[in-house]
Design a protein around this ligand. Structure first.
Ligand code: UFG
Length: 330
């Protein structure tokens, strides 16, 4: 299989590239390096610098690959903006990059006869879930622009794939964290809003304080509950998903989570077992649902996928990656 990974120099995309290559697949990466880094791209992947909003850039990668003798079998999409609070402040940026980007990508795929797409969606499409566990067929009511851009993209993908006889594999991610076992790649961004990297930035001294946002939620200990999945487990699902839609000439949509919820306080306690760091209780952060847990039975049934790594593995690998990055900079 040959994959074109759009956004393959970013956090999740680079991990998908590593897993594709480990599984013996051929990979090309297209990335505009706006948030991704050239050195995150696996040395065995071919790299094209270009933008998902620019049809010529996508076509150059697709045609470049075909000219090498084997056309692209599947496109994987990771080139989205994904910071929830930023999406609330800059909705137009988010609709432009995330929705228009998908439209341009689909148009280019149709024109080049590429019939398979793996797309990164998010638990944010569920909004405030009705049940304890989110199921793929639940109502979709995003409560922020980021989630809405992903829902709009999901819908567009379904219509376009139906009209042009294409297959899609849509994954709704829950809370992704951790770093590849090689520690060559991990979450490089310094401006993040996510729990695990913020804890570990505090551990390694890049931040003075870690704040727990709210202790008065309707959860057992009052802090928000989330479903954490290791980025390499998530990346492996993309390999399985792509192989599945190609082999079976069909489309699928699955949640990707662990099925276990951990509260912010529980994550803090687990992290403190690795290293101590200062913690303060703060006000609730706007727009945080109390509880988001995946039901990932469908991914298990269809793809045989289950996360192999635990919360401890996630915390440990993020910390090790960060320490190694600091040592390299020193
Ligand atoms: N949190 C803190 N302190 C921090 C950072 C986060 O207490 O410094 C809390 C948040 O308030 C929340 C929990 O940790 O209760 C998780 O927050 P994250 O920002 O790590 O993750 P979110 O659940 O808000 O969102 C993430 C991604 C979204 C994705 C969503 C799906 O940012 O893109 O997971 O579950 F849609």
């Amino acid at each position: 299989m040959k994959a074109l990974v759009i956004g393959g120099a970013g956090y999740i995309g680079s991990h998908a590239v590593y897993e594709l290559i480990r599984a013996g697949h051929e990979v090309a990466v297209l990335d505009n390096l706006s948030t991704g880094k050239r050195e995150m791209v696996h040395r065995d992947a071919r790299f094209y610098e270009g933008d998902i909003l620019n049809k010529t850039d996508i076509a150059r990668a697709i045609e470049g690959e075909a000219a090498l003798g084997r056309p692209v079998d599947v496109v994987m999409h990771f080139a989205a903006k994904l910071i929830v609070p930023e999406s609330v402040e800059q909705p137009l940026e988010y609709y432009h990059n995330n929705v228009e980007g998908v439209r341009v990508m689909l148009e280019t795929m149709v024109e080049h006869g590429i019939g398979n797409l793996v797309f990164s969606s998010t638990a944010a499409v569920y909004g405030e879930p009705e049940h304890d566990e989110c199921l793929e067929d639940d109502d979709l009511m995003p409560i922020n622009p980021y989630g809405d851009t992903k829902l709009a993209s999901e819908k567009m993908i379904k219509w376009v794939c139906a009209a042009h006889d294409m297959n899609y594999c849509i994954f709704r991610y829950f809370n992704v964290a951790g770093a590849d076992d090689s520690l060559e790649i991990g979450l490089e961004k310094d401006q993040v809003t996510w729990l695990v990297p913020l804890i570990m930035q505090t551990v390694v001294g890049e931040r003075d304080m870690f704040y727990i946002f709210g202790t008065d939620y309707e959860t057992p200990d009052g802090t928000c509950v989330r479903d954490y999945v290791h980025v390499s487990d998530l990346a492996r699902a993309h390999v399985l998903g792509a192989e599945y839609i190609l082999e079976n000439d069909t489309s699928i949509l699955c949640n990707l989570g662990s099925g276990s919820g951990y509260s912010v306080a529980e994550v803090v306690t687990a992290a403190k077992k690795l290293a101590d760091f200062p913690v303060t209780i703060a006000e609730r952060r706007a727009g945080d649902p109390a509880k988001l847990i995946a039901n990932s039975d469908r991914a298990k049934e269809i793809l045989g996928w289950m996360p192999k790594r635990t919360l401890d593995d996630i915390l440990r690998s993020d910390l090790e990656f960060r320490r190694r990055r600091q040592a390299r900079k020193a």
